[in-house]
Design a protein around this ligand. Structure first.
Ligand code: TXA
Ligand code: MG
Length: 321
């Protein structure tokens, strides 16, 4: 079992020393837990890919404390990118810019661009201060699986890794990954929907294109199916829920408060608001997997706007076979 350490000065110092010596450390951020290594150490980065079983071509996000650190990994900063980060950093926005040649190619999956984000969670910030550099970190799930939003989730995913330290910063408050915006070309393009909404980005950047095809081509095999539980899972419209549950195997049903779920199934009730839903979504998928049921049925949320569009994106990927 990986070792869960409570957040303290001592655990931050220990984890920073591990990072400096080329090890991998898992840590809390406000979005999901990350599996981090020193951005400038190619051997340490290789360990992330190995641990996570991530395809080598899928690039990582470099986490930085501030603009000065961001400029040590990326170039091409303009007024547009600086305005954007003054509005959104520290926080759940990742931007893609040209990679500096000093950054090992493996830290960006071989691409000549690099994704950077300055997290808001104070544990992640303390760790960045203590190690003094940049930390490359994907979400700490095994590749293709459900992202972790608690230290316990990470420890379960790496039950065979007794050496791995997991810095426990409590449950992630946002619970859904950062929004990824590509600013490496003349027109900004959203590569992944996430915690910063398209509406908010349009206020800051003007009308913005969403093109997730490029990001998907970077993770061959796991492109569409992602964030996926182990059990077969389907999204079902509210009106079709009763009929779906009347036949077929016992289901873990991720639903809303007023939904009718027969008592032979397991009910996992979600908040009605998008913030609450996002915060609990991955935990619900994990609990559904462990419920002893044969399948997962997710009641389709009705709203489409704001954070709901990122939630729909994750639910669609979680249920794609
Ligand atoms: O909230 C988050 O972003 C979390 C926490 C730990 O910070 N991290 C995270 O990392 O979700 P990961 O590796 O699971 O997802 C990174 C996403 C992937 O879809 C990847 O393809 C995309 O960002 N990405 C990274 N670098 C890129 C690049 N240079 N060009 C295009 N897409 C890139
Ligand atoms: Mg991920």
């Amino acid at each position: 079992m990986a070792a869960i350490l409570p957040y303290s000065d001592a655990s931050i110092d220990l984890a920073a020393a591990e990072l400096r010596s080329g090890s991998v450390v898992a840590f809390a951020t406000e979005t999901v837990y990350g599996l981090g290594a020193d951005t400038f150490n190619p051997d340490a980065i290789a360990k992330i890919y190995e641990l996570k079983r991530r395809p080598m071509g899928n690039p990582l996000i470099a986490h930085v404390i501030d603009l000065a650190s961001a400029k040590r990994v990326s170039s091409g900063w303009t007024r547009r990118s600086m305005n954007l980060i003054s509005a959104c950093w520290p926080g759940p926005l990742t931007i893609i810019l040209p990679r500096r040649p000093e950054v090992p190619a493996i830290a960006a999956g071989g691409y000549d661009t690099i994704a950077v984000r300055s997290p808001r969670h104070r544990l992640a910030r303390s760790l960045l201060y203590a190690c003094g550099g940049a930390i490359s970190a994907p979400s700490a799930n095994r590749s293709g699986g459900v992202s972790p939003t608690t230290a316990q989730h990470v420890a379960q995913d790496y039950a065979d890794q007794s050496e791995l330290i997991v810095l426990d910063g409590g449950p992630c408050t946002l619970g859904i990954e950062s929004t990824v915006v590509d600013l490496s070309e003349s027109k900004p393009v959203v590569r992944r929907l996430g915690a910063v909404t398209i509406e908010r980005l349009s206020e800051l950047l003007g009308p913005i294109e969403v093109d997730m095809a490029v990001a998907q081509s970077m993770s061959p095999g796991s492109s569409i199916r992602h964030y996926a539980p182990k059990l077969p899972a389907a999204i079902v419209d509210r009106e079709a829920l009763a009929q779906n549950l009347a036949s077929g195997g016992r289901a873990a049903v991720i639903c809303f408060a007023n939904s009718d779920v027969p008592s032979n199934h397991v009910r996992l009730e979600m908040p009605q608001d998008s913030d609450g839903y996002a915060a609990g979504m991955y935990d619900a998928l994990r609990r559904a997997d462990e419920s002893g049921c044969e399948r997962i049925v997710i009641e389709r949320p009705l709203s489409q706007h704001g954070l709901w569009s990122a939630i729909h994106d994750r639910l669609r990927r979680a249920t794609t076979m």
